[in-house]
Design a protein around this ligand. Structure first.
Ligand SMILES: NC(=O)c1ccc[n+]([C@@H]2O[C@H](COP(=O)([O-])OP(=O)(O)OC[C@H]3O[C@@H](n4cnc5c(N)ncnc54)[C@H](OP(=O)(O)O)[C@@H]3O)[C@@H](O)[C@H]2O)c1
Length: 325
């Protein structure tokens, strides 16, 4: 497993990280044993970067991560603040944000968070800018070592990367969401802001394991948010209608080199962009972690393959994304 440096934070992060939303049960139920086995598989595979949030599973993702990393060294944990009902969408007072960080510290069993990310907060708050002073203050107080932002759109990302204190941006980036290559990565590199890639597999679509008829557990956001009924439509299947995503895979599969799975291909394509620091593939079981980890050691895809994927995106995919990009 290779590692890269997360922008100005200096954190060394494994190229494949672990997305821990699943460990809170928001992709269907998961018990303590399976959550622990998934994190252990990540550690065994050399994964040193975990991503969670205060709201995942109502705090249970952070609690499980905290229990797992206790007494272990070498894992950086990024968490988030901003989507709990008492903050979102309007109240982001310093005291309230601070209280949430203290609670995350308690669940994670630390005094200082490695990285706290604003969690897709309203664009108006990013534009007004007061929240950035709050984040700088929380770093200065020692409650967190670094701050970054998880955002929905490239416009939001640009606001954040202009802040001197912003170390990282977490964005949706995958074969179904390619705009950042031209519109964001050059700016992020120039600002020395690390890129954390979420939804690398478009909620699993880019593994090729779903059909248009696949059904999900009622507690799974791929059931209740498939069309954006609960939160941003861009966060489930990257904003592509599931059946359309399954159909579009027919254009992509012929480009996958022999011996590579579609998931390997999707993850490798992301890692081929040097602005990317780490890819936080979400996993609901240990075998998925083991499979995803190997993308770090695969050879880069050819320039022809990159060109073909860019062309397919422009001609056939982008028009189907239902959220702002
Ligand atoms: N707003 C935000 O800040 C935000 C939003 C979304 C996600 N995130 C973070 O980003 C992480 C990744 O995003 P995501 O989990 O939504 O999307 P994702 O990584 O694109 O997809 C995750 C799903 O793909 C499937 N999968 C993963 N590896 C697989 C493999 N090797 N073979 C077959 N299936 C595989 C699993 O499906 P099954 O569950 O069906 O097994 C898993 O639940 C999250 O865990 C979370 O930490 C942040």
């Amino acid at each position: 497993m290779k590692s890269r440096t997360l922008g100005k934070s200096g954190i060394r992060a494994s190229e494949i990280g672990l997305g821990c939303w699943q460990l809170g049960g928001d992709f269907g139920p998961i018990d303590d044993a399976r959550a622990t086995a998934t994190m252990q598989a990540a550690m065994d595979a050399g994964i040193t970067f975990f991503d969670t949030a205060d709201v995942y599973g109502g705090g249970s993702s952070e609690t499980r991560v905290g229990a797992f990393v206790k007494g272990k060294s070498g894992i950086s944990v990024a968490t988030k603040v901003g989507r709990s009902a008492d903050l979102f969408p309007t109240e982001f007072d310093y005291a309230d944000v601070r209280r949430h960080l203290v609670e995350s510290c308690e669940r994670l069993g630390v005094e200082t968070l490695d990285l706290i990310q604003l969690h897709c907060i309203p664009p108006a708050l990013l534009q007004s800018g007061e929240i950035f002073a709050t984040m700088d203050r929380l770093v200065a107080e020692g409650l967190c070592s670094h701050w970054g932002a998880s955002v929905e759109t490239i416009a939001e990302a640009k606001i954040c990367l202009a802040q001197a204190g912003c170390s990282s941006l977490q964005i949706i980036f995958n074969i179904f969401r390619q705009d950042a290559v031209t519109d964001l990565f050059p700016l992020a590199k120039a600002a020395n802001v690390g890129i954390i890639v979420r939804l690398p597999l478009a909620s699993g679509l880019l593994t090729g394991k779903f059909t248009a008829d696949t059904k999900f557990d009622e507690t799974d956001h791929r059931n209740y948010n498939a069309d954006g009924a609960a939160f941003s439509v861009g966060e489930t299947f990257s904003g592509i209608p599931m059946a359309k995503g399954v159909e579009l895979l027919a254009k992509i599969k012929p480009l996958v080199p022999e011996g590579m799975s579609l998931a390997d291909f999707a993850l490798r394509w992301i890692l081929d962009h040097d602005a990317v620091t780490t890819v936080i593939a979400g996993c609901s079981k240990p075998e998925q972690v083991q499979q995803n980890a190997r993308a770090s050691d695969l050879a880069p895809l050819s320039a022809e393959t990159h060109k073909a994927l860019a062309d397919i995106y422009a001609a056939e995919i982008r028009q189907h994304i239902r959220s702002d990009i």
